[in-house]
Design a protein around this ligand. Structure first.
Ligand code: SAM
Ligand code: DTB
Ligand code: SF4
Length: 335
C-alpha cells in the first residue's frame, strides 16, 4: 500500500488515533524505521527575536498584547545579537535555528529588511534557518527564500471547526494561504498544532486531516502540548495527559511518514520515559535550549543526559537535502 497519501478521511485518522496505545506505538515505530534512521533526532534551537505586544487574540499565547501575562515587550533584536545566539546554538548541537516574532503578519518595512539580513547571516553558519513571523504574502515568501530561508513555521494549531474558539482575529484560510505562499516559494513548510486547547479527539483528527491533505506533507510537524500561561484565556486549562501526546505523535508519524515530527512545547512536564515513548512513536525532532519563546524548556544538560539514556544522536543540518537542491530533498527515498 502507498504510505504517502493525500486523500485521508477523518474516519481513517480517528481509527488510527484510537488504536490500543501499545499497538499504535508499534505501528508508528514500523513506519518510522522504514523512512528514518532510528535514534536520529533533529535539534532545533528557538529564539524570540521580537517579543510580546502582538495584536492577535490567540487564546493560548502569552505574547498577545491584550492579555496580562507579564511578558516584556522587546523590539526586534539586532543582527549581531541574533547571529551570536545562532553560533552558540550550533555549538550546543543544534542544526536548525528558528527565529520567532510576535507579529500578526510581516510588513514591508525596515524590520523585515533586518530579518532578511539576519537570515543571510545565519545561513552562512551552515545551519537550517527557520522563521515564524506570522502571515506572509507571496512576495514576502519569495524574498525570504532568496535570502536563504530553509523552513517557515506557521501552525494551523487545531481543526478548522475549533479554530474560532481559540482565535478570532484571523481565519483558518488565512493560515492556509500563508502555507501555500511558503510552499510555492520553495521553502520547507513547518506546520503543526497544539493539543490541550479544549478540543475534542475529532478536532485532533481534523487538524491532522488538514495537514496530511495539503498538496505536500509539511517537512516538519510540530506537536505542541499547551503550556498554560496565567493571564491568557486558556491559562487555567489542564495539562494534556502524556498518552494523548504519544497518540498525536504516533498518528502524525503514520500519516506523514517522511516528515520530521517535532515533540515541541510541553516537554518540561514529561519524564524521560514519557519522552522516550514519543521517540518510539516516531518523534524525531525537538526544540532544545532552556527557553522556548517566552516559557521554559528542559535544561541543556537534562537533554544531553536524555540523549545518552535513550541512545539518541543529533541529526546533521541539510541531511534531507540543501535548499539549493530542493527537488532531491522532496524525492528522497525511504531508507
Ligand atoms: N506570531 C507568529 C504566529 O503566530 O504564527 C509566530 C510566533 S507564535 C508564538 C508560534 C506558535 O507557538 C503558535 O502558532 C503556537 O502554535 C505556539 N504557541 C504559542 N503559545 C503557546 C503555548 N502557550 N503553548 C504551546 N504552544 C504555543
Ligand atoms: C512551535 O510549533 N512551537 C514553538 C515554535 N513552533 C515557534 C513555540 C512554542 C511556544 C510556547 C510558548 C512560549 O514559549 O511562548
Ligand atoms: Fe501573536 Fe503569534 Fe502569539 Fe498569536 S501566536 S498572539 S499571532 S505571537
Amino acid at each position: 500500500m502507498n504510505d504517502i497519501r493525500h486523500n485521508w478521511t477523518k474516519e481513517e485518522i480517528t481509527e488510527i488515533y484510537e488504536r490500543p496505545l501499545i499497538g499504535l506505538i508499534l505501528d508508528a515505530a514500523d513506519m518510522h524505521r522504514r523512512y528514518h534512521k532510528v535514534g536520529e533526532v533533529q535539534i532545533s534551537s528557538l529564539l524570540s527575536v521580537k517579543t510580546g505586544g502582538c495584536s492577535e487574540d490567540c487564546g493560548y499565547c502569552p505574547q498577545a498584547a491584550r492579555y496580562q501575562t507579564g511578558v516584556k515587550v522587546q523590539a526586534l533584536m539586532k543582527t549581531d545579537e541574533v547571529v551570536a545566539a545562532a553560533k552558540s546554538a550550533k555549538a550546543g548541537g543544534a542544526s536548525r535555528f528558528c527565529m520567532g516574532a510576535a507579529w500578526r503578519e510581516v510588513r514591508d518595512n525596515t524590520d523585515f529588511d533586518r530579518v532578511l539580513e539576519i537570515v543571510k547571516e545565519v545561513n552562512k553558519l551552515e545551519m537550517e534557518v527557520c522563521c515564524t513571523l506570522g502571515m506572509l504574502n507571496e512576495y514576502q515568501a519569495e524574498r525570504l527564500a532568496e535570502a536563504g530561508l530553509y523552513a517557515y513555521n506557521h501552525n494551523i494549531d487545531t481543526s478548522e471547526e475549533h479554530y474560532h474558539e481559540v482565535i478570532t482575529t484571523r481565519t483558518y484560510d488565512d493560515r492556509l494561504n500563508t502555507l501555500e505562499h511558503v510552499r510555492k516559494a520553495g521553502i520547507s513548510v513547518c506546520s503543526g498544532g497544539i493539543i490541550g486547547l479544549g478540543e475534542t479527539d475529532e478536532d485532533r483528527a481534523g487538524m491532522l486531516l488538514t495537514l496530511v491533505n495539503l498538496p505536500e506533507h509539511p517537512g516538519s510537524v510540530p506537536i505542541n502540548a499547551l503550556v498554560p500561561v496565567a493571564g491568557t484565556p486558556l491559562g487555567e486549562n489542564n495539562r494534556v495527559p502524556f498518552d494523548d501526546l504519544v497518540r498525536m505523535v504516533a498518528t502524525a508519524r503514520i500519516l506523514m511518514p517522511r516528515s520530521a515530527v517535532r515533540l515541541s512545547a510541553g516537554r518540561l512536564e514529561l519524564s524521560v520515559a514519557e519522552q522516550g515513548m514519543c521517540f518510539l512513536a516516531g518523534a524525531n525532532s525537538i526544540f532544545a535550549g532552556d527557553k522556548l519563546l517566552t516559557t521554559a524548556n528542559p535544561e541543556f544538560n537534562a537533554d544531553v543526559a536524555m540523549f545518552r539514556t535513550l541512545g539518541l544522536r543529533p541529526k546533521a543540518a541539510f541531511a534531507d537535502g540543501h535548499p539549493k537542491n530542493r527537488e532531491k530533498a522532496i524525492a528522497h527515498e525511504p531508507c
